[in-house]
Design a protein around this ligand. Structure first.
Ligand code: DGL
Length: 280
């Protein structure tokens, strides 16, 4: 490979996808930790939520998104959705040569490193909890750790309604988390992309003694390591005005843009709507 070809590959974007807006918390962390990288983000806003759907359906959706990202010539993919990581990552890995990582393994690894009393709680969608994927990864790292899971399905719509600091969110968090609080866990994995956005509420409810783990941080770190290992890091910052970050959705581009602008420090220029069903 000539030097210029290599530079071209390094300058290709990283594909990041989620069932909707939640994966922006992962994209945000990638932007912070590896600021030279280009990103193509896809949010499946027409078909969200994934958390209550079957493995078969989530795998089918994830495969279509993989096809879309392949067409965008991404050099690596981050499955920034816990449910898709739980249900579809193994299958996607078999279907592509593009390096691909999910958010579950990095989250499990961080939590095992953090816990002192070996009692870890996981909050996530129904799909992620029932797959028991966090428990499996955690036990692989340390079989003595006890893992307690709790599905919190109402958190996703609360976040999407913008009720990040609100008495309703406090009330629901209090109910969902009371059994975990009583169980004596010292570490809680925020196993759903939306939950870091209500971190303040979760911290208040769980108390200072419980460490909250956001898998997004470790995922961005692992992506950096992966790109380094494969010689794929982009060494130079893309020029201003070169569309470093591109956002695609399957519905409601304006609403997505509004949400993105509420969580990013700077504005996103635009989100484009595409027909994801075409990618088979
Ligand atoms: N992105 C999903 C996850 O992290 C949450 C939203 C959904 O249910 O689709 O599991």
């Amino acid at each position: 490979m000539t030097i210029s070809e290599e530079q071209t590959i390094n300058g290709l974007p990283v594909g990041v996808f989620d069932s909707g807006v939640g994966g922006l918390t992962v994209a945000r962390e990638i932007m912070r930790q590896i600021p030279n990288e280009r990103i193509v983000y896809f949010g499946d806003t027409a078909r969200v939520p994934y958390g209550s759907k079957s493995q078969e359906t989530v795998t089918k959706y994830s495969r279509q998104i993989l096809r879309f990202l392949q067409q965008q010539r991404v050099k690596a993919i981050v499955v920034a959705c816990n449910t898709a990581s739980a249900y579809a990552l193994d299958q996607l890995e078999e279907e592509t040569d593009i390096p691909i990582i999910g958010v579950v393994k990095p989250g499990a690894k961080t939590a095992v490193g953090v816990t002192r009393n070996k009692k870890i709680g996981v909050i996530a969608t129904e799909g992620t909890i029932s797959s028991e994927i966090y428990t499996r990864y955690i036990k692989k790292l340390d079989e003595k750790v006890e893992v307690l899971g709790k599905a919190c399905p109402l958190f996703v719509p609360l976040v999407e309604e913008g009720l990040l600091e609100d008495p309703v969110t406090d009330e629901i968090a209090g109910r969902y988390l009371s059994s975990l609080k009583d169980s004596g866990i010292d570490t809680l994995i925020l196993g759903c992309t939306h939950y870091p956005l209500i971190r303040g509420t979760l911290k208040r409810v769980m108390g200072e003694e419980v460490t909250l783990v956001n898998p997004a941080y470790e995922t961005a770190r692992e992506l950096k390591e992966l790109l380094e290992e494969k010689g794929l890091l982009n060494e130079t910052h893309p020029p201003l005005g070169s569309n470093q970050y591109q956002f695609y959705v399957s519905d409601g581009a304006d609403k997505f843009q509004h949400f993105a602008n509420s969580i990013f420090k700077y504005g996103i220029l635009a989100a484009k709507q595409i027909n994801i069903e075409e990618y088979n």
